[in-house]
Ligand binder design. Structure first.
Ligand code: GH3
Ligand code: MG
Ligand code: MG
Length: 543
């Protein structure tokens, strides 16, 4: 064998390309086993034929060259059958060939191998003296089996090309470029073979293996580089099939192109009469009125399954390629049942919490109110009055208005206690508190100042008004008897009135002034009311 023969070397180079592509494809077979294995078998078949071609042209021994010529045939049979599978697999990504089909595709290669090996005894493949004696290509002629084999190979090729052409024609835009690449590559390889046949199988170099080597490389590129979805089912399985969301791709014409198992479950739940194969079905038919238009807001979708009701949130996005062509729409439906139930539970818990907080707030306000009251009379207590008075004096200052305070002390209360008892004394205090409450004008603040002393703050009341109020109260008290356990008790009050701003600008000054005036009334004989005269010295007890 002379390997410096350029024709032989060319065939060997083609064989190396086939082997290399077979190896690369085999490594990537996980992407799509059917397509990958078919391509590997095509490459092995072509590789074997190329090696046989190389030996046939370069062998020095006539016998070796003759045997190599016979060995070309089985590789071609295997390659063309596998090509038909490859073409169908490319256009039907989910397809797996049945065993009988694989067996059927092996029949021809096995038969041609047996026929080639036994050719010297029957000369049905090659005839002539050279074939009979295995003495080189001189005097070789083609027998009927050779033509059957050639017809079979071309038939398988034509079927394969038909699949690819049909696949290209029917392909959605996303796949069209890839299918066209595969179709053109195959046609170029076939053209190379046809050129050789047209020259009448001359002694010239057969360009077929080189055509197929180029076609194989291009097909490899198209399958593993140009594709997005179909030939990456591993990633697809991980991302699309395992995902909890229902995902469905719909063609621009409204047909379902692809969908994941979750989407199949969802659509079957919505539509029990849906066709067995949802791919190719009308999306409108499956979704009905519920179909969401791309760009629309998310849509809620309720599906009644046998296991219960499921709430979906459906989003639609347009698939646009880099040439701004409409490739279809992707629908993603997310099961929101659990999340919605959770937020409903949260909202209910929140509502309950809000009601609890409101109750607590009411209780707190009630407590605060109670804390501001005197337990015996129900009037405001001294602490509350002191707190409120600060803002009253602030308002009077701000509005430039007067403010009077009237302090009352029950005359000789000790003797009431002594006469009627402490409980009767209490009842008298309650009766006085009622009288005060009734007589106090709106906006006035009435408080039990301590013991048998009461204080009334009168916003807006100047000294005269304050004095009139105190005098009126004193005289009412004098006239009114208080009924206590069948007894009618009469008591009198001594009162002192001081007004802002004349008698003082602070709470302390005003209280001291009122207190001093009240003591003046006591000293003057009781059952009297005295108005504090500004600029008089205040001689009073500490507050
Ligand atoms: P006057 O004020 O006119 O000088 O004579 P008075 O008897 O009222 O004198 P004083 O203010 O010193 O006495 C007040 C009495 O009021 C002393 C106390 O026992 C009585 N007192 C104070 N708080 C209460 C109370 O809540 N209930 C009863 N029943 N008595 C009280
Ligand atoms: Mg007193
Ligand atoms: Mg008193």
């Amino acid at each position: 064998m002379e390997l410096h023969d350029p024709t032989g070397i060319a065939y060997l180079v083609a064989a190396v390309v086939f082997g290399w592509l077979a190896l690369l494809t085999w490594r990537r077979r996980a992407h799509n086993p059917v397509v990958a294995v078919s391509l590997v078998v095509v490459m092995i078949g072509l590789g074997v034929s190329s090696v046989a071609d190389a030996v046939a042209v370069a062998a020095t021994s006539q016998r070796t060259a003759a045997i190599a010529s016979l060995a070309i045939l089985p590789g071609v049979g295997i390659a063309t059958g596998a090509f038909a599978c490859l073409a169908f697999g490319i256009t039907h990504p989910q397809w797996t060939p049945r065993r009988w089909l694989v067996a059927l595709l092996l029949v021809e290669p096995v038969l041609i191998t047996v026929a080639a090996m036994t050719n010297t005894s029957h000369l049905l493949v090659y005839r002539g003296s050279g074939a009979a004696g295995l003495t080189g290509s001189a005097g070789w002629g083609y027998g009927p089996v050779f033509w059957w084999h050639t017809a079979y190979s071309y038939l398988a090729m034509v079927i394969g090309i038909g699949f690819v052409a049909w696949g290209w024609w029917k392909a959605p835009p996303a796949f069209r470029q890839q299918r066209l690449t595969i179709l053109l590559a195959t046609l170029i390889a076939c053209a190379a073979n046809l050129v050789y046949l047209a020259r009448g199988f001359g002694e010239l170099l057969d360009p077929t293996p080189f055509g197929f080597a180029v076609a194989g490389t291009v097909i490899f590129y198209a399958i593993f580089r140009q594709d997005l979805f179909t030939f990456s089912p591993v990633a697809r399985a991980l991302i699309i099939d395992q995902i909890g969301d229902a995902i469905m791709v719909v063609s621009p014409g409204g047909r379902v192109l692809d969908l994941n198992p979750t989407a199949v479950d969802m659509l079957r739940g919505m539509n029990p009469d849906a066709p067995a194969n949802l791919v190719g079905a009308s999306a409108q038919g499956l979704f009905g009125e519920n179909i969401v238009s791309p760009g629309a807001q998310e849509t809620e979708l309720l599906v009644e399954f046998a296991s219960g009701r499921t709430e979906y949130q459906v989003r639609a996005s347009l698939l646009i390629d880099r040439y701004h062509r409409d490739l279809g729409t992707v629908f993603v439906a997310r099961d929101m049942t659990e999340a919605n139930n959770q937020s409903r539970r949260l909202a209910a818990a929140h509502g309950q919490l809000v009601r609890q907080v409101e109750t607590i707030e009411l209780l707190r306000a009630d407590l605060a109110e109670q804390a501001s009251r005197d337990a015996l009379t129900g009037l405001h207590n001294r602490r509350h009055l002191v707190e409120e008075f600060a803002s009253m004096i602030g308002a009077a200052e701000e509005n430039d208005e007067p403010l009077s305070v009237a302090l009352f002390d029950v005359d000789r209360f000790k003797s009431i206690n002594d006469h009627y008892g402490h409980l009767a004394g209490d009842a008298v205090l309650v009766g006085l508190a009622e009288l005060l409450g009734e007589q106090a004008p709106a906006g006035a603040l009435v408080a039990r100042w301590g013991g048998e002393e009461f204080l009334v703050a009168l916003p807006g009341a100047d000294p005269a008004v304050g004095l009139a109020f105190a005098e009126d109260l004193r005289s009412r008290c004098e006239r009114n008897e208080i009924a206590v356990e069948g007894l009618m008790i009469r008591c009198t009050l001594s009162g002192g009135v001081a007004a802002y701003p004349g008698s003082g600008a602070t709470m302390n000054d005003l209280f001291h002034a009122a207190d001093a005036s009240m003591y003046e009334a006591k000293n003057a004989g009781r059952n009297l009311v005295r108005l504090h005269e500004p600029h008089t010295t205040i001689a009073s007890r500490p507050l």
